[in-house]
Design a protein around this ligand. Structure first.
Ligand SMILES: Cc1cc2nc3c(=O)[nH]c(=O)nc-3n(C[C@H](O)[C@H](O)[C@H](O)COP(=O)(O)OP(=O)(O)OC[C@H]3O[C@@H](n4cnc5c(N)ncnc54)[C@H](O)[C@@H]3O)c2cc1C
Length: 410
């Protein structure tokens, strides 16, 4: 990496500039640096402590960590394990995904706060001399020459920042500037839910199903001392729900989870509730000369199934496998960038279809429901047919076309 700095501007010249230090960007940065590619990852925040990030590390990601020789260290971090996904619906409980038959070593979802996962990846990156991570650095604009992207312009700590690179990897998430500013054509699939995101205290040893449906639906993530909760609402209805006041929300949630009734009294202010707009979309083309988008920047995922982080990691592994050998010596041509899209496009499409048609069907019906909760057809089938639970376990836990890191460390 060449680094040229004065009081007003810093210019970095590197092989690959990764925009975004989320799961996709950090994993790509680490794997490229591990393979000897000079890489700079820029992240606009100064830490990873964002509450709205998901916490689910699936068997596919654990397998990647195993293949990299990091899994034991990773699993020594505080975490909880889930070897099947259970859904509560009214008075019924149904196992909707069973990981016990997966052909991998770790047949469970590890719940690890995402900031711990990202900090873990960052520590791995720091082991490699070719890895540079710049927090508090915001990319604002692509530097172009003709149609070719040559780098990014942005700022960091009051200084303007210019990163020139053979390739810009857009890993800046579903609302990132690389997909908006790149002119790449997209396709909005639409999401059947938005989410109200809040936390409640958790008592020692308390266990709850991940998903509770009925009149509305609630995802409950165990974060030790507290529950991170996501209450699904029909898209665009946040204002209507706010107009009803916090007590209406308290009532709705207590109806789903009566054990929360007393704790919900503390949820007395909308400042304690964050509304998250869920989007599901994908780019028709993930690249143009000098730029490749991956992770949510290429295909925004909804929280359904908790698969977004893991799909982002799979994209990162494929990107490093296909592009590390090229990036060490030259600029990849478009056919080589397209190879990443060709490899990851089918898994993305299948996973998004699974999210929007099957999983979100459960959310949508339970969100809209006003009468007594009756078990939706997919849940009735899953209860009856164990093989179906193994199939959903495979789709959620491993996904389609699992990736394996192929680039040897230098
Ligand atoms: C409400 C909700 C809950 C979810 N829950 C789960 C879950 O439990 N499990 C799961 O697997 N998935 C979940 N998802 C999906 C998951 O969050 C995403 O699929 C996943 O985070 C994508 O990873 P990524 O690295 O591509 O993008 P992101 O995680 O969005 O990371 C992008 C990074 O880029 C940075 N950035 C953005 N713009 C710039 C810029 N201009 N310059 C520099 N940096 C920039 C951001 O700060 C961020 O750190 C959820 C999604 C939603 C909406």
């Amino acid at each position: 990496m060449a680094d040229d700095e004065n009081a007003q501007q810093r210019t970095i010249t590197t092989d690959a500039c990764v925009v975004g230090g989320g799961p996709a960007g950090l994993m790509t940065g680490v794997l490229l640096a591990r393979a000897g590619v000079d890489v700079t990852v820029i992240e606009k925040h100064d830490d990873f402590l964002r509450d709205f990030r998901g916490d689910t590390i699936h068997p596919s990601t654990l397998e990647v960590l195993h293949e990299l020789g990091w899994v034991d260290e990773f699993l020594s971090l505080p975490h909880t394990r889930m070897d099947s996904v259970e859904v509560a619906f009214g008075n019924d409980r149904v196992t909707v995904a069973d990981f016990s038959h997966l052909p991998v070593r770790h047949r469970f979802i590890a719940f690890v706060p995402q900031w711990d996962f990202l900090a873990f990846l960052l520590e791995k990156g720091k082991l490699y001399p070719h890895f540079t991570f710049l927090p508090e650095a915001t990319a604002l604009k692509l530097i172009t020459q003709g149609h070719r992207v040559r780098g990014i312009l942005g700022h960091r700590r009051g200084q303007s920042l210019r990163v020139l690179s053979r390739l810009v990897i857009g890993a800046d998430g579903r609302r990132g500037f690389t997909k908006r500013g790149s002119g790449l054509p997209g396709h909005d699939i639409g999401a059947p839910i938005d989410v109200l995101w809040f936390r409640l205290p958790r008592s020692e040893g308390e266990r709850l199903p991940l998903f509770t449906g009925g009149q509305g639906s609630l995802i409950s993530i165990n974060r030790g001392e507290y529950w991170q909760l996501a209450y699904a609402i029909p898209p665009g209805t946040g204002d209507v729900i706010r107009a009803d006041g916090p007590t209406a929300l308290q009532r709705r949630v207590a109806h789903l989870q009566p054990g929360f009734r007393n704790r919900l009294l503390g949820l007395d202010d909308w400042g304690k509730v964050q509304e998250l707009k869920v989007s599901v979309d994908r780019l028709r083309k993930w690249h143009r000369p000098g730029l490749l988008c991956i992770g949510d920047a290429a295909h925004a995922m909804s929280p359904a199934g908790g698969v977004g982080i893991n799909l982002a990691i799979q994209d990162a592994v494929a990107t490093a496998n296909l592009l590390a050998p090229v990036l060490r010596t030259r600029t990849p041509h478009e056919g080589e960038l397209d190879a990443v899209q060709r490899r990851r496009s089918l898994p993305t499409r299948i996973t998004q279809a699974f999210q929007t048609r099957i999983l979100s069907g459960l959310y949508a019906s339970s969100v809209a429901k006003r009468g007594a909760a009756t078990l939706p057809l997919p849940l009735r089938l899953l209860r009856r047919i164990p093989r179906l639970r193994h199939l959903t376990g495979r789709l959620i836990g491993l996904g389609v076309r699992p990736e394996h890191p192929r680039t040897p460390p230098i």
